[in-house]
Design a protein around this ligand. Structure first.
Ligand code: MEV
Length: 351
């Protein structure tokens, strides 16, 4: 809904859109190589309010940063990023792109906005206020949620009437500028919400999974901000010897197919085992850290399931146990906080 806001003499229309974060039940990293993943939206959202204005003004409330850019500046930035992306793709080394975004003030957000303006063919200014519940760089889809919320809010503001599928396509382009060659799973779940079976391909396979999470004992645990970005962690896995990496990637894929069947039955004994097996393979791929291994071991010892979620290197874990009190206590005993977050929530929407 567009909300009029009466300032001293003019009526300003402010529109707010939001998108949820996500957790990977299984399949992360392997999904980059064409294996499937099961991804679930979580009840923490990124909100963006937009109104027409001169130039492009951005205020990111949660990181307390702001910036103002001219339209031409943003056009040049998209061109520069696209040229760099092409070069990185050719050389199979995305580090120059990641350093550019890290060093630029509001780099990642600026890239999202610039790319959206290019895709939507926008030539006038606006003001965006970003406010997110999703911790940044934590494996919970903070960047993917914004990558769908930015095209959604600008499509609404400038009456471009983008469909969900079109928003998702723009979001994938935005995510590629930030992360090199992502699978597209993260932006898809933040766009469509619920739970998804996602398989990268031409075209991608994106199927909603009709799962009832209300009475299921999934718990999220934050293990700390990863030192590396998603793009860097994906690049690290890519640089492993294919003879070592590929059988592990394939095995994660097999477990993901089995997980889908177990969720339908449902067979929680096997669901927990599959979570643990996936975690052990992700650790072998080098994306786990000590804390995650410790929580995984402790939860496994009480017959639960626990794995990292997303790119790894820290961030959020997803855990499951029939006995929530025991699961919570086990996690708390290690000094971490179990978070009971709603799962399978609505995707991108206008507030
Ligand atoms: C990151 O949330 C998930 C990864 O599989 C990367 C991707 O799917 O693009 C690690």
């Amino acid at each position: 809904m567009i909300k009029p806001h009466i300032s001293s003499r003019v009526v300003i229309f402010v529109i707010t859109c939001s998108a949820p974060g996500k957790t990977h039940l299984i399949g992360e990293h392997a999904v980059v190589y064409g294996e499937p993943a099961i991804i679930i939206s979580v009840g923490k959202r990124a909100y963006i309010s937009a109104e027409k204005s001169e130039n492009v003004k951005i205020y990111a409330q949660d990181i307390n940063q702001s910036g103002e850019f001219s339209i031409s500046e943003l056009k040049e930035f998209t061109e520069k990023l696209q040229q760099l992306w092409d070069k990185c793709f050719e050389t199979k080394n995305f580090s120059p792109l990641y350093s550019l975004l890290k060093n630029e003030h509001l780099g990642h957000i600026e890239a999202m906005i610039a790319k959206t303006m290019d895709e939507l063919d926008l030539n006038s200014g606006f003001k965006l206020q970003i406010n997110s519940d999703i911790p940044i760089g934590s494996g919970l889809g903070s960047s993917a949620a914004l990558s769908v919320a930015v095209p959604k809010v600008l499509s609404e503001l400038f009456k471009k009437n983008l469909t969900l599928d079109e928003i998702n396509q723009v979001a994938y382009k935005i995510e590629s500028l930030a992360h090199g060659t992502p699978s597209g799973g993260d932006n898809s779940i933040c766009c469509y919400g619920g739970a998804l079976w996602f398989k990268k391909g031409t075209p991608n396979v994106i199927e909603p999974l009709h799962l009832d999470f209300t009475k299921k004992n999934f718990v999220l645990v934050f293990t700390g901000i990863p030192k590396l970005t998603t793009g860097e962690l994906v690049s690290n896995v890519r640089s492993l010897d294919p003879e070592y990496r590929d059988p592990r990637v394939k095995k994660i894929g097999e477990y993901t197919y089995e997980m889908r069947k177990c969720l339908v039955k449902p067979d929680f004994t096997r669901i927990k085992e599959l979570m643990n097996l996936a975690q052990e393979l992700l650790a072998e791929l080098g994306v786990s850290i000590d804390v995650i291994d410790r929580i995984h071991k402790a939860v496994k010892e009480i017959n639960g399931g626990a794995k990292l979620s997303g790119a790894g290197g820290g961030g959020y874990m997803v855990c499951y146990h029939e006995d929530l009190t025991l699961l919570d206590q086990t996690i708390r005993n290690l000094g971490y906080i179990p978070e009971h977050v709603e799962l399978g929530v609505e995707g991108v929407r206008t507030e």
